[in-house]
Design a protein around this ligand. Structure first.
Ligand SMILES: Cc1ncc(COP(=O)(O)O)c(C=O)c1O
Length: 373
């Protein structure tokens, strides 16, 4: 299978490790390994000390799946398969979809959520948001109109990257009822789970509410542990999970042994890692809101409902891509322009998970003053 370049990842490859300031990252600063080890129980510390670096179990170790299970209401140990998030997504699309299927997917979106399906020969039906009344909104009435007899899969991602959209609980249930009524599988990307502002509801994992659903979550965003490369899918559809497990034999085969132990510790101590991330996101969002007030003519900003990102509109006389290129060249600040999300030429993603955001905004502000004069 030939697959199109992953635009956001290619752009990151160009700048992430060479430029000084990242203003569009979706993850939070990575924790030090020692921060995680400091949280370990005696048993976990022993596992770490005695760790051997052989192959591990394809579906994930028992202690890791047991730790994952505690974060779901109904999911059993044999309803979990561990893999890196991108790998899980790639496998799932491959085992679930056939050429000619229709896949409804939110757009803009993390590219792999629709690109793998597209390159398998499926037709992608985009579920687009409106940007009115000061917020992003993915409307369920719009979604209803996109469903046909050929719809094989609905792909959603709440909290949503990049817009920060999240539905209310009743909208979430309405979506599930719609999928259930048509007996359509839902792939629910929950990578930003629990990165929820105090005034927004924490949505239950969709796999706990709908049997014909596969939920994806991992350590990269919620936990600030992207370097572990650990994610997992959870589903009541054990037959599907078995197919995923068998496909994985052709990819990583199994997970990194050190990462499995560190992920287990993290999952068993979620709040200690999550709360500082959440505080940072909320503080940075407030910083950005103040910054935005000073530049309202140039930037339209809808604060995210949840998640770690916002998708802001740039009211500039040039495309977002040109602007981003100029900015990174002049200041070392990297922005991800909307072109990389195949969503016009006017938007850019802002990420709130990095502690140096106030410093970056000062430099950005100076640039804007000069840009405007
Ligand atoms: C919505 C979404 N899903 C999946 C992923 C993949 O996660 P990871 O980078 O840990 O592979 C990302 C990463 O940005 C994402 O934003």
């Amino acid at each position: 299978m030939k697959i199109k370049d992953f635009a956001v990842e290619r752009y990151f490859a160009r700048y992430e490790f060479t430029t000084q300031y990242l203003l569009s990252s979706s993850d939070c600063d990575g924790y030090a390994m020692q921060d995680v080890l400091d949280l370990a129980s005696d048993k976990e510390q022993n596992s770490w000390n005695e760790l051997t670096l052989g192959y591990t179990e394809t579906i994930g170790s028992d202690p890791l799946r047991a730790a994952i299970q505690t974060h779901y209401q109904t999911i059993q140990m044999d309803e979990i398969v561990v893999a890196s998030p991108g790998e899980a997504n790639f496998i799932l699309m491959n085992v679930l979809l056939e050429k000619g299927d229709e896949v409804v997917c939110m757009l803009p979106s993390y590219q792999s959520l629709y690109q793998v399906a597209k390159d398998l020969g499926c037709a992608i039906v985009p579920w687009k948001p409106s940007e009115e009344a000061g917020k992003w909104d993915f409307n369920i009435t719009d979604l209803k109109k996109l469903i046909s007899d050929k719809t094989k899969l609905i792909v959603v991602n709440f909290p949503h990257n990049p817009t920060g959209y999240s539905p209310t609980l009743s909208e979430y249930r309405e979506l599930i009822e719609l999928a259930s009524h048509h007996n359509i599988t839902v792939f629910s990307d929950e990578m930003y789970r629990f990165l929820t502002r105090p005034d927004a509801p924490d949505l239950p994992a969709m796999c706990d509410l709908y049997d014909n659903c596969v939920s994806l979550w991992g350590t990269s965003k919620t936990f600030g542990l992207a370097g572990l490369r650990i994610g997992w899918i959870t589903s009541k559809n054990k037959e599907l999970l078995k197919k995923v497990e068998k496909f994985k034999d052709y990819l990583s085969i199994c997970n990194s042994a050190p990462s499995e132990i560190l992920a287990t510790i993290a999952l068993n101590n979620m709040d200690s890692l999550l709360q500082p991330n959440l505080t940072k996101i909320i503080d940075n969002c407030a910083h950005f809101a103040a910054f935005h007030q000073r530049h309202e003519q140039l930037i339209s900003f809808h604060p995210p409902v949840s998640g770690s990102t916002a998708f802001v509109r740039l009211n500039m006389p040039e495309t977002a891509l040109h602007f981003a290129e100029k900015l990174v060249k002049d200041t070392g600040i990297m922005l991800l322009p909307g072109e990389l999300f195949e969503y016009g030429q006017a938007h850019t993603r802002i990420g709130f998970g990095r502690k140096n955001m106030p410093e970056i905004l000062e430099i950005f502000e100076e640039f804007l003053f000069q840009y405007n004069s």
